[in-house]
Write a protein that binds this ligand. Structure first.
Ligand SMILES: [Zn+2]
Length: 264
């Protein structure tokens, strides 16, 4: 079946003399591997498109028996020159692309992640986002976009409001301490309130400060264009990083190991 759709090129490889294979992330279909026969010679059909980190519109068909996809034509839309010229930003992009690829998106749920990825690349190309923050933000937001957004209002055990939104002291010192007794249950995907168990006896719940809960809420409502404004104290970043990594491992079955995401 033939289709034409917008895609970002995630990976490119060469085989035989002039043929190329590509891993593409299509806005409406998710991940597709396709072959561009004669791709390294044909500048007319694929003008500047057969390169990693290229956004283009691609026409895709298949071989006669329908066993693999064939790239028929491509039109370059954007090649992100501002990212290509900056090795630090390229490193961050590579992390995001690895995560997107590991999530193995099919046609369902591809569109919001595609939009999120493009907005992330766009933001990163035009401004600075801390290297220690971007993977955390992207991973969190993508996981939420997959329908895995935790409920940050009610306790997952007793169903009552997990924290008093009005009554707490929000002074910075108070805010960043996990002493409020809030917890986050990775398995149940939500908050555990003060009266629902001693966190020290409960290995399931990670301690979480009110400030970290608010930050998670902020990330959930944010778009990548908002991210350059965010700065986090190291302790808060560690707390969130630990929770998000465990959340991703439990719900998406992915763990970051030795520079790549592994299925667990
Ligand atoms: Zn409770």
């Amino acid at each position: 079946m033939e289709f034409t759709d917008k895609a970002l090129v995630l990976k490119v490889g060469r085989f035989r003399e002039s043929d190329i294979w590509l891993r593409l992330f299509f806005a409406g279909r998710g991940m597709v591997t396709a072959f561009a026969f004669g791709g390294s010679r044909s500048t007319r059909r694929f003008c500047g498109c057969l390169d990693q980190l290229v956004l283009g519109t691609f026409r895709v068909g298949s071989n006669r028996r329908g066993t693999y996809k064939v790239l028929e034509e491509g039109t370059l839309l954007h090649a992100f020159p501002g990212l290509r010229s900056d090795p630090r930003k390229l490193g961050l992009v590579a992390h995001c692309l690895k995560f997107v690829e590991a999530v193995q998106l099919g046609s369902q749920g591809a569109r919001p992640v595609f939009d999120l990825l493009l907005e992330t690349l766009d933001t990163l190309e035009r401004s600075e986002v801390g290297a220690e923050l971007l993977p955390l933000l992207f991973k969190t937001k993508l996981t939420f976009e997959q329908g895995l957004k935790p409920d940050l209002t009610l306790c997952v055990r007793c169903g009552r409001p997990a924290w008093d939104h009005e009554g707490l002291d929000h002074s910075p010192a108070e805010r960043d301490q996990p002493s409020q007794g809030l917890g986050f249950s990775v398995e149940r995907g939500g908050l555990v309130c003060t009266s629902c168990g001693d966190l020290h006896l409960d290995m399931e719940a990670e301690p979480l400060s009110v400030g970290a809960v608010r930050t998670l809420e902020w990330i959930g409502a944010s778009r990548p264009a908002d991210w350059p404004r965010l700065s986090l104290e190291p302790e808060m970043r560690r707390q969130l990083g630990r929770i998000v990594d465990r959340f991703v491992a439990f719900h998406l079955g992915l763990r970051w190991e030795h520079g790549m995401y592994r299925k667990i």
